[in-house]
Design a protein around this ligand. Structure first.
Ligand code: NAD
Length: 328
């Protein structure tokens, strides 16, 4: 198995690379990452002497580089993206470039170099807002509401188009909100944990009633591993943790861990176009591939809180660099 992993220095990608190299002794990985503000090659410093791992700093929009690397591998696992909704509200240029044009560049190169197997990592945010009832599934229509989700939706459509028009062997996964080690401290859970460690309050959008369906990052990566190995070509798989919780209740769970209460919550004006609820029906991947999440939400949260407590040297400099841009 020779993989080209894009965006492998980000949160989910670095956990994926560690999972694969730990599990498969015959797996070779080239990690192509531009090292944007969200990428951190230190996440993979433990692989410094691993001959199965190679890091290449570069852009997925760079046709020449992408074509050169794709010749050396058999499967592309595509994580690279601009991924933070709040940033896409302020400025969306890079979202369109990386998420749409970058994915297109990879697809063309995969096609031209012998129809390489292509797995595309996407999000449940492409489906839009659920309201109080129901869950997203593979049959849900697309209805993205932010430049982030719209650009991810565009990339999903391109990936499907390359399957239908050119028979490129693709699969797509749409996953719910991830949490765990190495998540950039601008995202809700690490921002909340690190704020508390720093003695700051947890900012909550609106009244904190928005609901997300959280999944521990290793469970997501096990699902991707299964899709690469056993997924049906041309198919989409929805992946979720079945752990729906309101933002305010999640903040209170984190505060409880630190023996603190509502005095550490700060309500801020709501995010523009804020989707109310996301939740995933994962029946298809459970039935067809035998996947199920192994982490209970509260146990995963405790593990994550302990990781951020122990790894302040990892997140503190990142937070210091970006804090002025953090709006929540
Ligand atoms: N985090 C979540 O909760 C979540 C949920 C579902 C799906 N996803 C998807 O999973 C993927 C990974 O998300 P994440 O949270 O790990 O993101 P992240 O922001 O932590 O990491 C993104 C990585 O991509 C790299 N990158 C960005 N632009 C690039 C470019 N042009 N060329 C090469 N590398 C580039 C960055 O340097 C970074 O290492 C994304 O596609 C995202 O849409 C994320």
């Amino acid at each position: 198995m020779k993989l080209l992993v894009t965006g492998g220095c980000g949160f989910i990608g670095s956990n994926f690379i560690l999972h694969m190299l730990n599990k498969y002794k015959n797996c070779k990985i080239i990690n192509l990452d531009k090292l944007t503000y969200a990428g951190n090659s230190n996440n993979l410093s433990s692989l410094k002497n691993n001959s199965n791992y190679r890091f290449v700093k570069g852009d997925i929009c760079d046709k020449k580089l992408v074509n050169k690397l794709i010749k050396k591998i058999d499967t592309i696992v595509h994580f690279a993206a601009e991924s933070h909704v709040d940033r896409s509200i302020l400025k969306a240029d890079e979202f369109v470039k990386t998420n749409v044009l970058g994915t297109f560049t990879l697809l063309v190169a995969a096609l031209r170099n012998g129809k390489k197997r292509f797995h595309h990592i996407s999000t449940d945010e492409v489906f839009g807002d659920l309201g109080n009832k129901g869950k997203f599934s593979e049959k849900t229509s697309y209805n993205p509401h932010s430049a982030y989700s719209a650009s991810k939706a565009g990339s999903d459509h391109l990936v499907r188009a390359y399957f239908h028009t050119h028979n490129l062997p693709i699969t797509i996964s749409n996953c719910s909100n991830n949490f765990g080690p190495y998540q950039f401290p601008e995202k809700f859970i690490p921002l909340a944990i690190t704020n508390i460690i720093e003695g700051r309050k947890i900012p909550i959008y609106g009244k904190g009633l928005n609901i997300r369906d959280w999944i521990y990052v290793d469970d997501h990566n096990e699902a991707i591993d299964m899709i690469i190995h056993k997924g049906m070509i041309g198919e989409t798989y929805c992946i979720g943790g079945s752990s729906e919780i309101k933002n305010i209740d999640l903040a209170r769970l984190i505060l409880k861990h630190f023996k603190l209460g509502d005095e550490m919550i700060e309500y801020v004006s709501d995010r523009k176009g804020h989707d109310f609820r996301y939740a995933i029906n994962s029946t298809k991947i459970k039935k067809e591939l035998g996947w199920k999440p192994r982490h209970n939400f509260k146990a995963g949260l405790k593990k994550t809180i302990n990781w951020y407590k122990k790894n302040q040297d990892w997140w503190f400099p990142l937070k210091k660099r970006v804090i002025k841009n953090i709006t929540r």
